[in-house]
Ligand binder design. Structure first.
Ligand code: ASP
Length: 630
């Protein structure tokens, strides 16, 4: 649970508001609902807000009244008011009354205002509420409400204190980011939203242009090109809280439009950007943890590892460093194994890699087959396992190792004692462990085992939600081969600079080029990506060619960049941490829609606005558009 601190001189604490109701029934509050305490007993107050929970106990009538500061209990005398039945949940109210202490037995220590209540002397219903689509005062029941229904009535969903706190946290994060960067001479600059395609690896959202039928703007996948052009313009330090638009298959952690802190700096090395970003994130997050009472440990300096190391040790470039269980490799030990799968995999250039599952030796055959299927789901041809017990609790069958460990596996009969000893040694297995092995290409084995490692981490309770383990992943390859498109693809984006010393491979061995490209990763999630950019037209053009963009297309799509780089462009680089991701991590939210005020559903649909929607005949004509219905 997080609480949202109020930090400005609003609400109007202690204002002695008039308690006579104005003609429209509105009278301004003197205090917020969550503000009063025992020391205020006897005060006459006026409240504005909503009827959060209405309880009609016959002789007594209570309302928990809510505004964004919290709740307070109101008590009404049914003999005094004849229209209490009109007071429905979520009607909007103005209320005046006197604060009194609750009877001891009625005090509620869970509520900040739980020692007091307001004896209502007058009220007016500013606005009636129809029966609600969901019980928004009951958090337990809200957990089971259909998500699309919540998004359709988002203006009600957002009335829930938990949602308000999330928005307050998000706003505070942005405020702190701005303060940090403003203090360091960054210039916040807006860049266009209707523009030309900026590739970040997704499809563009296109906007037809009425005055030139057949021509389209694209919504930016990021402000990447503009921020680089601002460096050419001599701004030196830019940032923007930027909306980015990417038309890609929807996933729980993706939205078609999302928010990034986009920043760029000139005359800097990679190290400068790492230090600035790390300082910014640590300061912002550590302050938020304290101010919002988040159940998180403060973040330590970020660990650093190279892309190659990350792949080798964790199987992916988004390592969760809250726990160890690094992947290991036994390829050399089983090169000539009697187990055909191992031998043949090595012979065909593949690897045998594995991960240790602490306590996994106890899993039933069926449970182990779930793990095998899990690996297959992520591309592996299979998974074999070896259970390790202490000599004492060993089951029938199996063999005993030099150290007295009892080893069971269906592949044991094919392995020599030397191979078994080596597997035990390299895996670091102890009594109770299950050794999980995948024989495949390096990439496939890593993909399956990296995911399996996270699953094991979850099952063993090693992914502690209190910990935020941030790290840098550095030195990404510049390009990767796309089987689908049969060409090189930019690992980050086409504006990323190859490392100077690797430029020599651009024609002979492009896959070998590394880039000054870096990601921030936290708890297994990518949180920011950035790079040092190309600032020379000749190199940019060469990289475009490598990516299969011919000269004409280079001019058509990126002529402005090539031109700009021929007018004294400074060396520059930047990064873009995701704001939505940041709020998700801080609030332990897995669904990105929960941290955005007005999200779209997974299929891109906005049920509240009913968007996207049809356009009328005149608009089709005006835009010169025609659609071929599938
Ligand atoms: N434009 C990049 C992105 O959106 C970030 C960057 O390279 O600064 O991921």
């Amino acid at each position: 649970m997080i609480h949202a601190p109020e930090r400005v001189e609003w609400p109007p604490t202690g204002k002695t508001g008039c308690i006579l109701f104005a003609p429209m029934g509105f009278v301004q509050r003197s205090v917020m609902c969550g503000e009063s305490r025992l020391t205020d007993v006897g005060s006459q107050i006026v409240l504005n807000g909503w009827a959060h929970k209405v309880r009609d106990l016959g002789g007594l009538f209570f309302i928990d009244m809510r505004d964004r500061s919290g709740l307070i209990q109101l008590i009404f005398d049914p003999n005094r008011f004849s229209n209490l039945s009109e007071l429905k949940s979520e009607s909007c109210l103005a209320v005046s009354g006197e604060i009194r202490e609750r009877a001891d037995s009625a005090k509620n220590p869970k509520m900040p205002t739980g020692d007091i209540e307001v004896v209502v002397s007058a009220f007016t219903i500013l606005s009636h509420a129809k029966p609600l689509p969901f019980p928004l005062s009951d958090e337990d029941q809200m957990q089971n409400v259909n998500e699309e229904l919540r998004v359709k009535y988002r203006y009600l969903d957002l009335r829930r204190p938990a949602m308000y706190r999330m928005l307050a946290l998000r706003a505070a994060a942005i405020r702190k980011i701005r303060a940090y960067l403003d203090d360091r001479a960054f210039i916040e600059t807006e860049t266009p939203v209707i523009t030309k395609s900026t590739p970040e690896g997704a499809r563009d959202y296109l906007v037809p242009y009425r005055l030139q039928p057949g021509k389209f703007y694209a919504l930016p996948q990021s402000p990447q090109q503009y921020k680089q052009l601002l460096m050419v313009a001599g701004l030196e330090r830019y940032y923007q809280i930027a909306k980015c638009f990417r038309d890609e298959s929807q996933r729980a952690d993706r939205l078609p439009e999302f928010t990034q802190l986009d920043l760029e700096m000139s005359f800097v090395t990679q190290e400068d950007i790492l230090q600035l970003t790390e300082g910014l994130l640590r300061t912002t997050i550590n302050e938020l943890i304290v101010e919002f009472g988040l159940e998180k440990e403060p973040i330590e300096p970020f660990e650093r590892l190279s892309y190659d190391e990350s792949m080798l040790l964790y199987g992916n470039d988004k390592p969760d460093l809250r726990f160890g269980l690094q992947l290991f490799e036994i390829t050399d030990a089983v090169r000539d194994s009697g187990f055909g799968v191992f031998k043949n995999t090595v012979a065909s250039g593949g690897v045998i890699r594995g991960v240790r599952y602490p306590g996994g030796a106890q899993l039933s055959r069926k449970e182990v087959s779930v793990l095998e299927d899990f690996c297959k789901e992520f591309g592996a041809k299979g998974m074999v396992s070896i259970a390790v017990d202490s000599g004492a609790d060993s089951a029938e069958g199996g063999i005993v190792s030099e150290k007295g460990l009892h080893v069971r596996s269906s592949i044991l009969k094919f392995l020599s004692p030397g191979e078994v000893e080596e597997i035990l040694k390299v895996s670091g297995a102890e009594a109770g462990d299950l050794i999980c092995l995948v024989a495949d290409t390096y990439g496939t084995a890593n993909n399956a085992l990296g995911r399996l490692r996270n699953l094991i981490g979850d099952r063993c309770g090693l992914r502690d939600p209190k910990k935020l383990k941030y790290c840098w992943v550095l030195d990404f390859p510049l390009v990767e081969w796309s089987e689908e498109e049969n060409r090189w693809d930019a690992t980050h984006h086409p504006f990323t600079a190859p490392k100077e010393e690797d430029l020599v491979y651009i024609d002979s061995d492009p896959g070998r080029m590394r880039a000054d490209c870096y990601d921030v990763v936290c708890n297994g999630t990518e949180c920011a990506s950035g790079s040092i950019r190309i600032h020379r037209a000749d190199i940019q053009s060469k990289v475009f060619s490598l990516l299969g963009i011919d000269d004409k297309t280079q001019r058509d799509r990126f002529g402005h960049m090539l031109d700009a780089f021929s007018f004294g462009a400074p060396p520059h680089g930047g990064i873009a941490p995701g704001i939505d991701r940041l709020v998700m991590l801080l609030t332990d939210t897995e669904n990105v829609r929960e941290v955005v005020a007005f999200p779209k559903m997974g299929n891109g649909y906005d049920p509240m606005m009913d968007a996207p929607s049809e356009i009328d005949e005149a608009q089709w004509k005006e835009l010169g558009l025609n659609v071929t219905k599938k």
